[in-house]
Design a protein around this ligand. Sequence first.
Ligand SMILES: NC(=O)c1ccc[n+]([C@@H]2O[C@H](COP(=O)([O-])OP(=O)(O)OC[C@H]3O[C@@H](n4cnc5c(N)ncnc54)[C@H](O)[C@@H]3O)[C@@H](O)[C@H]2O)c1
Length: 333
Amino acid sequence: MTNTVLITGAAGWLGGLLSAQLINDPKTPDLRLILADIFEPKAPAASQSVLVKVDLSDKAQVETLFTTDYGIPDTIYCLHGIMSRGSEDNFDLGIKINVDSVRLLLEATRSYCKPSIKFIFTSSLAVYGGPLPDVVTSSTIATPQSSYGVGKLTSELMVNEYSRRGWVDGRIVRLPTILVRPGTPSNATSSFISAIIREPLKGLETVCPIGDSIDSPELTLKLWLASPETTIKNIVIAKHIPAEKLLSHTRVICLPGFTASVKDELDALLKVAGQNALDFVKFKDDPVNRRIVSSWPSAFDNAYSLSLGFIVDEGGMEPIVRRFRDNVAIGEA
Ligand SMILES: NC(=O)c1ccc[n+]([C@@H]2O[C@H](COP(=O)([O-])OP(=O)(O)OC[C@H]3O[C@@H](n4cnc5c(N)ncnc54)[C@H](O)[C@@H]3O)[C@@H](O)[C@H]2O)c1
């Protein structure tokens, strides 16, 4: 049996990691990838892939994704999006991409009358905000405090509704903040969470927008985190979970993560790479950034996601910093 998988946002960070992970997934044999993005995506080596440059906010262009040489996909990974700071700075663009284009993709999927098509949507802990319990559970109500969170939650509701009606087999994975992101700083509010590890390990200065010095009390700000390696494995696992194992009233799964503070990150950097590395971190408090990050929850109950077979990082920040340091050393960061 062939597996035909469409990935939108395939030129993005997670899209690239996901296509590379899927071609090595023993549970996804004979994989054919349809890789779509507004920028030309890259095919993983030795893969069967079609690359589609597409603006997903355009209905006609969305429909072309179902008429490539590989035909109708049996799994769709909906990863394209405008990140948190971008959505906050440009409300209209954020809603157009994070809501309207997701709906176009859902509608195109629905039109093929194949309710077995898995529709896996990457959401975010940014759907939460306002007063929150110490530990967020599957029944905590999401009340976003950012345009990005509003966009994600709106699309989640649509994926849930299309699943309830039997039009798609939806799976919504709310991702923790993922670190360490390689490359250059992005326009996500969370960008600094990776940058304060990545840039010093590459010998570059970076500005931490939380607090004004290494001793600032603001650095105790807690974060809900996961490594890219674990997250990508979990995004693949999301495809394999039988629908009947999911809660009957929602397709939302908060992927497992762990809690660490900004200070914990810097302590791990100091331990792994020394004072010289830490000296590359400068501080300039940014109240807008801090307000948004502070509105995100920092602890979740992992019980439901672990019971479904998802995996979690062990050992906190240190192994993640070590792994990234090793990637820098071999030029893969
Ligand atoms: N990286 C994280 O820490 C994180 C955390 C939570 C959720 N997410 C979600 O995971 C998904 C992937 O994240 P990422 O870090 O890879 O993001 P990314 O910014 O690297 O990739 C997003 C991709 O979407 C594409 N895109 C945007 N508008 C488009 C359009 N109109 N048509 C076609 N393509 C378009 C961009 O070109 C980009 O390649 C996103 O939905 C994001 O919201 C990521």
